[in-house]
Design a protein around this ligand. Sequence first.
Ligand SMILES: [Zn+2]
Length: 468
Amino acid sequence: MLGVADRERLSVMQSYRFALDLTPRQERVVLAHAGAARVAHNWALARVKAVMDQRAAERTYGVDEASLTPPLGWSLPALRRAWNAAKPVVAPWWRECSKEAYNTGLEALARGLKNWSDSRGGRRAGRAVGFPRFKSRRRSTPSVRFTTGAIRVERDRRHVVLPRLGRLKLHESARKLARRLDAATARIVSAMVRRDGGRWHVSFTCAVQRVQRVPARPDATVGVDLGVRHLAVLSTGEVEPNPGYLHTATRRMRRLARRMSRRVGPDRRTGRRPSKRWETARGQLARAHARVVNLRRDGLHKLTSRLAREYGTIVVEDLNVAGMLANRRLARRIADTGFAELRRQLAYKTAWNGGRLVVADRWYPSSKTCSGCGTVKTKLALSERTYTCTPCGLVLDRDVNAARNLAALAAEASTAGSGPVAGRGADRKTPLAGLVAVKRQPGTATAGKTGTVPPQGRTSNHVPTNAS
Ligand SMILES: [Zn+2]
């Protein structure tokens, strides 16, 4: 008999998040810990800044490098050593909170400093990262992470035990995680308690042994065209409607925001405290936002799970979401559909299900290419919902055509043996000259593909590097 244990295992990090029902006393303890994390963070940041300033000043006086004030290490152990030496003076109450609280704050700072220096030294992709800033009690999300001590799910699966906080009641059952813990296919690495959307959550980061699955149709390929009109259009012709929860909830949120603005809010200059009614309105608005976030996440998870379970290969476009958000008319709808989140979910779910994800190059003209004969149009207005090819007479829905082109890219990626992130693909079907010519058309930047709005104005500079 072939048991589950004999099958191939996949080791992944996975997190399980549950809503909490905290008692007022527990809430006070969590907030105290979150506050302690903030104090440690801000103290260490001030130290880092002071030492940097001191060294800069000394250099201007002509002090030689060897006799400068020694630099403060930016690693977590170094920050922790500095904090432990200073805490009796800086925070004489330090014994009241778990050491994990201070660690939470210092770890966030160490990460922030590393991201900043990596970003500055060109070792980090993405947009430039700013220098860490002080955390404010008002603006920062209260959270604390535990990595050691008694962290467990109780037998009733309705309670969890955390260091210092003790037994916390869950708002929902933790059975999914408990089953894995019982079967020893999961090990809790850390637990974070955090307030988001006006509600407390505990999130367990676990090392999980997953059974390697196989997609239902391992040889099938599906192209997914992400759009604004629909959430996604598949190369099979299937249309995944845009949930647009945010769109429908916008009116409610506007109303709540208006209500909040009419009530007496806090004023830092005069020290005015917010009224009870303002606090109520703020809570309502936060919950409206949280509801939208939850609904959206649910819709995306359902779609990505279905795709990853069924298809062996999934092809999506590499969308420049940052560039798209700069276009303000499309911005809200695009943010609503959560492209980046969809990509992220597909990436890990295809890995879990034994499939692969192919990401087409950002400059691949999936909408302008004919999926029948490979002809590339020079112009295709966003308003043209049907793709009509003059050379071969193909007439097809615009988005289905784009999705089919994406699906065709997968074959190229696999023959090239270039693995899951290749799929530059513009080589065979689309001659390079054609691609450049298309992209150099003035004004095509906004009248381009569905949803794929290239960064404004800088298009031609980028083409040679990306298409080579
Ligand atoms: Zn054609």
